[in-house]
Design a protein around this ligand. Structure first.
Ligand code: HGA
Length: 609
């Protein structure tokens, strides 16, 4: 999604803005741009990568002490230079924007009738002309921004500068994330803390409706009613080099290989040798979780697949009804709310618009309790939830989620255990035994990673295929869904996943020699059923790629490619079986030469609807 960075300093801010944009590249974008104030307003925009923007800026020797910059992921108007941000009004005011202005058509008509010429097809451009309109009357940028945002419907995070105010940066947000970076006699804004790490770790998160007036020496923040407010300052735990590639070819590959460490760190935060720490979900967690009568999980994309695995775990370990639902559907549905059902939200970034709005909807419908499982502290989702658990995956840069998914699964398993204990289904001895098994996980995931050379050889056989089918049963069905999603996202091969028992109800019609079929086949109680389903594929000439365990009793035959993972990990097996599917997608994408970390049309944190 769009990335914003802005700076006001006594030094040239252009290198800071460009480094910030580089660090925001992982969010996905299709154009980039920058404005600095230096004897007027200077703008550079490009539909290429940030490196091209930097080269253009180098040639033009653009510099200045105040500036805003942006990576755009188009929602309104194509990815052209005219539509790239910053947008300007009468060459004096410039705006960068993340979000969607829903009443842009009405505002555009009004502003046109007032004489404003529009240079882009974006919804954003109405913001800058509206600010300019109000600036004419007040000659005060803060007053003008306040008047303009009062007319906006929809979501926005904006950075605003004016050629007439060379030391003033205005920021405002509603619905889209934005934070202030605090420096020494210099200050910054960004949509994501990672953009600011080379210059500061001190951050202030703006709340919905806030407007900030940021200068070299001072920061004034006003709430939605215009009252001055103090928002707490936090010191980010992230450091500038955490987001470096090291010896890996892509962030996705690095993040796949970081999973043993990420899982171990996530466990370390929450367990002793005997039990899950009380309060890992928050100080009042034991009280709240002991009272609930069910769980409804709201999530999108990969997080939704983690939610689907959790349905199996929570129902079987804790005996509580659990239902996972796609957040973008839930938020517009008139569902029947049971106040004592816990609303559990999952999101890597904690800024996923649909998930945040689904939580708001759930609260409106009367749900009393909420828990967020998230990888980013202080994100909007975490702040809006009663209880929280932070996974310790570290920054995830690749657009296709990997380590955030497996650490979410670890967090969900811990939740199932705590619920099981509090609802009398898991004894002290059982809890200890589960924790012993959890501690084996980093090692098992490491063994799955060691299959990379074999998986890479398989991937070559996928590169010329147009479709693939993924099959799994039980809690491995959502893992098949996740494997198919990974393949789609980064290799652009069309892939679908089915619970294997559904094969004969339709998808079997698609099976022929050009349709590789991937089976997730651990040695669980459903294995024999799955084997029958695989026979159905073989009988139709389908080429089978089977991920089994050491003890799955498969034999390699013609038309059946077999790889064995470590010995069966019981209910934790979905976590181990995720890893080879991530590697398969990664290597298929390498064969196809796609942009693995920034797949076309996709963005990392989906902060718009
Ligand atoms: N609506 C704006 C900004 C889009 C955005 O926030 N993407 O993440 C545009 O289309 O330019």
């Amino acid at each position: 999604m769009c990335g914003i960075i802005g700076a006001v300093a006594q030094r040239n801010v252009v290198p800071i803005l460009l480094e910030g944009l580089r660090r925001l590249e992982y969010r996905g974008y299709d154009s980039a741009g920058l404005v600095v104030i230096n004897k007027g307003l200077q703008r550079v925009r490009s539909t290429g990568r940030v490196a091209e923007l930097a080269a253009q800026i180098g040639r033009q020797k653009t510099h200045g002490h105040l500036g805003i910059a942006h990576t755009r992921w188009a929602t309104h108007g194509g990815p052209t230079e005219d539509n790239a941000h910053p947008h300007v009004s009468t060459n004096s005011i410039a705006v960068v924007h993340n979000g969607i202005i829903e009443n842009h058509e009405a505002l555009r008509t009004r502003l046109k009738s007032l004489g404003y010429d529009f240079a882009s097809e974006t919804d954003t451009e109405v913001i800058v002309h509206l600010i300019h309109f109000y600036y004419q009357a007040s000659r005060d940028l803060l007053v003008a921004v306040r008047a303009a945002v009062a007319e906006l419907q929809g979501a926005y995070a904006i950075g605003v500068v004016s050629a007439e105010a060379p030391h003033q940066l205005i920021a405002a947000r509603r619905g889209s994330p934005l934070l202030i970076g605090v420096g020494i006699e210099e200050n910054f804004i960004a949509s994501d803390v990672s953009a600011l790490l080379p210059v500061t770790q001190r951050v202030i998160y703006l709340e919905d409706g806030d407007i900030a007036d940021i200068g070299l020496l001072g920061i004034r923040i006003f709430d939605a009613e215009g009252r001055p407010v103090e928002r707490g300052e936090h010191v980010s735990e992230l450091s500038a080099d955490m987001a470096e590639l090291g010896n890996y070819r892509h962030f996705m590959q690095k993040e796949i290989h970081e999973q043993p460490r990420a899982i171990a760190d996530t466990l370390l935060a929450g367990v002793t040798t005997h039990s899950v720490l009380p309060g890992i979900f928050g100080p009042q967690a034991e009280d709240v979780l002991g009272k609930i009568n069910g769980v409804r999980i709201l999530a999108c994309g990969t997080s939704f697949h983690a939610a689907k695995v959790a349905e199996y775990w929570i129902e079987s370990l804790a005996g509580l009804p659990c239902r996972a639902e796609v957040a973008s559907e839930y938020r517009y549905r008139n569902s029947v709310a049971d106040p004592d059902t816990l609303i559990l939200t999952l999101s890597q970034s904690g800024e996923t618009r649909d998930t945040i709005d689904a939580l708001i909807q759930a609260k409106k419908l009367g749900h009393k309790h909420s828990l967020a499982i998230c990888n980013v502290p202080e994100s909007a989702l975490v702040r809006a939830s009663e209880l929280k658990f932070l996974t310790r995956a570290g920054p995830e840069i690749g657009v296709a989620s990997t380590k955030a998914f497996t650490t979410q699964l670890v967090a969900l398993f811990l939740l199932a255990l705590v619920l099981g204990r509090l609802h009398g289904r898991v004894s002290v001895a059982q809890e200890k035994s589960w924790l012993d098994q959890l501690r084996e996980l980093p090692g098992l995931v490491g063994q799955a990673l060691a299959l990379e050379p074999e998986i890479s050889a398989w991937a070559e056989r996928f590169a010329d295929k147009h479709h693939a089918l993924f099959l799994g049963r039980g809690a491995h069905y959502p893992i098949a869904l996740e494997g198919a999603l990974k393949l789609k996202e980064i290799s652009y091969i069309h892939a679908e996943a089915y619970p294997a028992g559904e094969l004969k109800h339709g998808p079997l019609a698609l099976v022929d020699k050009d349709m590789p079929v991937v089976a997730v086949a651990p040695n669980d109680t459903l294995l024999e059923k799955l084997k029958s389903n695989l026979q159905e594929v073989r009988a139709r000439g389908g080429e089978l790629y089977v991920f089994a365990d050491q003890d799955s009793h498969f034999s390699e035959q013609d038309g059946l490619h077999l790889l064995r993972l470590p010995s069966h990990a019981g209910p934790l097996s979905p976590i181990v079986h995720t890893v080879p599917l991530q590697l398969l997608a990664y290597h298929a994408a390498l064969c196809k030469g796609t942009d693995v970390d920034k797949p076309r049309n996709l963005a990392k944190s989906v902060t718009v609807e």
